[in-house]
Design a protein. Structure first.
Length: 558
């Protein structure tokens, strides 16, 4: 086996085997099939990347198929959000498909199955049918309607479609085997009556097909060759194949299903139902709340699409369930932001500092390099003046030798500017620092090449000029859940583990160049972390979300 082959994941290996067994490469086609009943989350990201990466690798089309067979929970809002998310990730689908577009074809095939003696209308209530299902170790029993004459089945099924029967009175079931060891093959329901408005087919239908009957047939209609889904669908595979085997004979390609492990992330829930609950019960501000593991939430948090894709690619495709540490995701985000963001000045806990020997009315524009990791990002001008803000944490009146920031009587460098020395401090009656007084060495300007500018001082701190600074609101986020596996506790709900301190906001002072930033632009606040402009930001009231700190600080906290 060549090295390249050895590094293939198991789905790629399956496709390679198909190809070497003569499968026509031009027939390869994939699909990503979300149900539009919520926003996509980090788990879906894995399925998206898997299918679209395979599409790229095999130069094969990938359909986006909305699995919209349950009108109760689905909506156009979710369809739109899903499309926007996939585009934002940088993937493009071939056809935009909807299972609901196949309702007529599915209905016609259902009639065919009835005629073939493979489906029947059952008129019992759901409890009775559930009792007849048996258990994994005990065979089920046949419904008294199982041998209903074909003509009667056809008539009833047509009447169901025409709205002549109430919800819950009849269902269409596949006639398979009530004794099968696979419970899913014990005459599964294919259609139920549901008088619900559908976002696409409106009130045309009052019977809706079930997932298993719809999914494989949709794959077949679209001629998807490799239908990839998560492991919980493994027991459905027999049913997927059984349904396809019952269709009218044809030369068309028969799709097949293969399963991969879900992505689970520590400190996170990845279930649309649970995420919907967080939104509906207002534990978060919406599906795109920056604390949410939704693609929209991570985008608003500042995670770049490339980092997300690197993350799922690094986590890999496996056959077995495991939990990926959320710190891997944060690592990928940090790595990408380090390469791409400009370093800017922002002070989140401002204290005023006056440089007493700096000329009263002087202002100068200093040159600051945008990103030392990437010369092509150039430099910008930064205004400097007699009064600046520095970070409250960067000053102590007296400190031990390990404190490399500003203290009285010691020198420190102002980033991109001068060396200053702490002289005195003005405090209020409670001892809070109101103003720090310093002197500066006029010859020590960064980059000037002078002897004083080369002088080594222990610390460098960031600052902004008081006269030029812009006020901004900064939102800081902590994990939404304080437990590693919030939804894996038998006696407690995941809601019991919500971290009450997951959001904190503060006022900050930032350098004036940031007024030009637009929603979604990302920067590094030097020494503080990576930040992104929030959608609520405007040029006179800037709002930033903290994306992630510069280093992994989580392990230190616990
Ligand atoms: P949820 O359980 O969150 O509602 P779902 O599986 O019902 O998810 P769908 O919209 O049906 O959501 O999923 C679309 C595709 O994404 C499916 O192929 C599904 O297998 C896949 N998928 C969903 N969750 C994950 C996950 N955590 N990891 C990997 N793939 C996932
Ligand atoms: Mg689903």
């Amino acid at each position: 086996m060549s090295e390249e082959k050895a590094s293939l994941h198991f789905i790629e290996q399956i496709i390679e085997d198909d190809l070497s067994n003569g499968f026509d490469p031009s027939k390869i086609r994939f699909r990503f099939p979300p149900e539009p009943n919520g926003f996509l989350h980090v788990g879906h990201l894995k399925a998206i990347a898997l299918n679209f990466n395979l599409g790229q690798r095999y130069n094969a089309p990938v359909n986006l198929r909305f699995d919209d067979t349950n009108p109760v929970k689905e909506s156009q809002e979710f369809v739109d959000a899903i499309k926007e998310n996939i585009e934002w990730l940088g993937f493009s689908w071939d056809k935009e498909c909807y299972a609901s577009d196949y309702f007529q074809q599915l209905f016609d095939w259902a009639l065919y199955l009835i005629k073939e003696g493979k489906a029947y209308v059952d008129s019992q209530d759901s409890e009775t049918m559930a009792q007849q299902k048996g258990t994994p170790t005990q065979a089920g029993t046949n419904s008294p309607f199982r041998d209903r004459p074909t003509e009667e089945n056809l008539q009833l099924f047509n009447e169901m479609k025409e709205g002549k029967h109430e919800e819950g009175t009849h269902v269409l079931r596949a006639k398979i085997d009530m004794t099968s060891p696979n419970m899913l093959l014990r005459d599964p329901v294919m259609y139920r009556i549901l008088f619900k408005h559908h976002q696409r087919t409106a009130d045309k239908w009052c019977i809706y097909p079930m997932y298993d009957w719809t999914h494989g047939e949709s794959d077949y209609i679209e001629q998807v060759s490799h239908s990839l889904c998560t492991l919980e669908f493994k027991p459905h595979r027999d049913l997927y194949e059984w349904f396809l085997d019952q269709l009218p004979p044809s030369d068309a390609l028969q799709p097949y299903q293969r399963e991969f492990a879900r992505l689970n992330l520590s400190y996170t829930v990845t279930s649309k139902r649970k995420l919907a609950q967080l939104v509906e019960e207002k534990h978060v501000y919406g599906w795109d709340d920056p604390r949410m593991p939704t693609i929209s939430g991570m985008r608003r948090r500042g995670y770049p699409p490339k980092a997300l894709i690197n993350f799922v690619n690094t986590a890999g495709i496996s056959k077995r369930e495991n939990v990926i540490d959320v710190s891997l995701l944060e690592f990928c985000v940090r790595e990408e932001l380090n390469k791409t963001t400009a370093r800017v000045m922002a002070v989140v806990n401002p204290v005023k500092l006056v440089i007493t020997n700096y000329p009263e009315d002087q202002e100068e524009m200093l040159t600051a390099i945008n990103n030392p990791e990437d010369e092509s990002q150039g430099s910008r001008l930064l205004p400097f003046s007699k009064e600046i803000y520095i970070e409250g944490e960067d000053f102590k009146e007296e400190a031990n030798r390990k404190f490399f920031r500003l203290t009285l009587g010691k020198e420190v460098r102002l980033k991109n500017a001068y060396i200053i020395k702490g002289e005195s401090v003005i405090k209020d009656a409670e001892g809070n620092v109101l103003e720090i007084h310093c002197t500066y060495d006029a010859d020590s300007k960064s980059g000037s090449g002078s002897e004083a500018s080369m002088r080594k001082v222990k610390g460098t701190i960031h600052w902004v000029s008081v006269a030029h600074a812009l006020e901004a609101t900064v939102h800081n986020y902590d994990r939404l859940f304080s437990d590693e596996s919030p939804d894996q506790h038998k006696e407690k709900s995941f809601l019991d583990f919500i971290n009450p301190n997951s959001l904190s906001s503060q006022k900050a002072m930032v350098e004036p160049s940031l007024s030009d930033l637009t929603t979604g632009e990302r920067v590094q606040f030097q020494r503080l972390g990576y930040y992104v402009v929030d959608k609520t930001s405007s040029s006179n009231q800037l709002v930033f979300n903290k994306t992630v700190g510069l280093r992994d600080s989580w392990s230190k906290k616990i």
